[in-house]
Design a protein around this ligand. Sequence first.
Ligand SMILES: Cc1ncc(COP(=O)(O)O)c(C=O)c1O
Length: 394
Amino acid sequence: MVSDKMAKLVAGSSIIRAMFQDGKIMAEKYGKENVYDFSLGNPSIVPPPTVKEAIADLALNSPEMELHGYMSNEGYDDVRQTVAEYINKTYGTDYSAKNIIMTVGAAGGLNVALKSLINPGDEVLLVAPYFGEYDNYIANFDGVKVVISPDYERFSINFEELEKKITPKTRFMIINSPNNPTGAVYSEEDIIRLAEILDRKQKEYGISIFLFSDEPYREIAFNGIEVPYITKYYSNAIVGYSYSKSLSLPGERIGYLVVPTELDDFEDTIVAMSVATRIMGFVNAPSLMQKVVARCIGQTSDLKVYEENKEILYKALTEYGYECVEPGGTFYMFPKCPIPDDKEFCAKAKDFRLVIVPGSGFSCPGYFRIAFCVDKSTVVNSLDSFKKLIDFYK
Ligand SMILES: Cc1ncc(COP(=O)(O)O)c(C=O)c1O
């Protein structure tokens, strides 16, 4: 018998995975090319060639005992220094290896941060709509999630509600920009306002509120839109980065945390995060991949296809009558359903061979997510189905 806690988590398990399974069944039935599967955020473009070259060179020419051995839980020193210098050069910060912890992707990093910083019963603020796995990560450490309802106009932050929902028990807040599922990118003005509120509330209650910026989509920002670097605006900020999307390496499980020296109790926090990496069973981030990302620092896959897909989909869907906030980045779009019941709508979409995910899975019912990390031809061929689907409700 599985544990009570796990049984609960399984029961609430990801709606996205369920849709992905449906997509696979449909592909078997109708043929892959006749199903438009927009369910999963799996990158559709290959990593840059340097990734393959780095893997081959490292595998063939590095001393094996060094490449495959245990290391410090926080990762190789030289890799962490390379990451720190890249961040400094790109965002004008002042970090060194001591501020970087290599992680098992963004998911690993967020779990390490939560384990290190929250006590059971501490409140964790989430901004709806949000990546549904956050619920599970918070439950892992018996935190209490507090959800800020959506800002439907821009999918930024509902600041009035945020102010009201911060309490003396607030310990942690997760933001994600560019955002899954909406594609929204928070402006500098948004970040300044957020930092001002958190700073004021920290002083008012005499507490530390850690702001975790979950950034797997940092480089997927359209029309040269700026994604502010959060640690420059708020001293208790932590950045969780991942190479899953920028280098198209989600299966390799590699990313890092940036923990600024200004963070409250910095020295203890860094030690806690290092130990958390070990005792959660990761031990350290994958050794070969640490070396690979250091060699490929600053590079990305050829991300422009995502912007092209966004242009095609956004133009067509709004023409057909879908209401949608235009994504500023990522490979997601989050239109409003023409009927209140998003689950019913996504079930109906299957009649038109469309696999899309109900907004309820992101704590935002009445909407649906399209993950357009697919070939351009899939996007173009799907348009007729999107039109027929909305016309069905007219
Ligand atoms: C917002 C967000 N955070 C975290 C993750 C997990 O990323 P990783 O594969 O780096 O663990 C994802 C993956 O889709 C995501 O969309």
